[in-house]
Design a protein around this ligand. Structure first.
Ligand SMILES: Cc1ncc(COP(=O)(O)O)c(C=O)c1O
Length: 305
């Protein structure tokens, strides 16, 4: 039962705060809806935790607190019935970075990375930046609904294809993939011995009340073994500027390859990122539910499909 009411109607001026979203079109009559960065204040519990941490006043080198690992485990179990072991979690300062590490971790230079398009642009730049070749498979618009072209995917796969990058839910077409669709992808990956890199950053924001996000790694232990799932509290709790994300990798070999690709190039997550993530996972659920209700209300402003 809800006890608090969060105010999503408050208009907050973000000019002069170094907001990438608002500064890109500053001074022009443009509403900047180009990036997934909301104009709501983060949950009060997150803001309070940050105040408390700042008040401590010492910002030394840091590591992921054990309570945060437990809070992530509890949240993955509650939301997706996903029992994740602590050592499966690899922390990252961002998921764009995660996509690039993934591409470097799987296969060899010259191998192919396959993905459905249109897609969030870093899916398309990561392969080239890591010496791999990108193979694009267009999504299909059928009966006003975006669908995966599974025959097209299989036709495009070659012996050099090693990694399938999945955007789940899919940015930009806004599809939350069903269990059947994910199972079909898992079958293709098994048949061609592909690693699945699944970016689930928008998992916490599924608007359809009758749908539940399903991480592809939860389909079966076999699928989990070939999957690297990228997750973050950033989009859900509106803390993307604090740079705290993680990969879930159950297979020890794949995890070693991922950690080795991270090398010493990828920086650690900062202390405020961990602090915000912990508060979000521990205390953010009621705020998230009210946010979803509010966003469902806004949905009527969009063309209906
Ligand atoms: C699918 C997807 N992945 C990753 C990101 C960005 O992740 P990060 O800010 O953690 O690098 C976005 C941002 O919009 C996104 O839509």
């Amino acid at each position: 039962m809800s006890t608090l009411h969060f105010d999503f109607d408050r208009v907050i001026d973000r000019r002069h705060t170094g907001s990438e979203k608002w500064d890109r079109y500053a001074g022009r009559d443009i509403i900047p809806l180009w990036v997934a960065d909301m104009d709501f204040r983060s949950p009060p519990a997150v803001i309070e935790a940050l105040h408390e941490r700042v008040e401590h006043g010492i910002f030394g080198y840091t590591h992921p607190p054990a309570e945060l690992v437990e809070a992530v485990q509890a949240s993955l179990l509650a939301d997706y019935d996903w029992a994740v072991e602590a050592e499966w979690i690899v922390w990252l300062p961002g998921l764009v970075c995660g996509l690039n590490v993934l591409s470097l971790a799987v296969g060899e230079p010259g191998d192919q990375v396959i993905t459905f398009i249109p897609v969030y642009p870093p899916f398309m730049s990561a392969p080239g930046l890591t010496g791999r070749t990108l193979v694009k498979v267009p999504l299909k618009l059928e009966d006003d609904r975006w669908q995966m072209d599974l025959p097209g995917l299989e036709l495009a796969i070659t012996p050099r294809t090693r990694l399938l990058l999945l955007c789940s839910p899919h940015n930009p077409v806004g599809r939350s993939w069903s269990r059947e669709e994910l199972a079909a992808i898992a079958q293709v990956a098994k048949r061609h011995n592909l690693i699945i890199g699944s970016d689930d950053i928008h998992a916490g924001l599924v608007l359809d009340e009758d749908k539940r996000h399903i991480p592809i790694a939860t389909l079966s232990p076999e699928t989990a073994r070939r999957t690297i799932t990228l997750l973050a509290p950033s989009k859900t709790y509106n803390i993307p500027g604090l740079g705290c994300s993680f990969a879930v990798i159950s297979d020890p070999g794949l995890r070693r390859a991922f950690r080795s690709a991270k090398g010493r190039i990828v920086p650690h997550v900062n202390t405020l990122g961990y602090t915000a993530a912990l508060a979000a996972y521990r205390h953010g659920e009621e705020w998230r539910q009210q946010l979803l209700d509010y966003l469902r209300g806004n949905r009527i402003c969009l063309p209906q499909r």
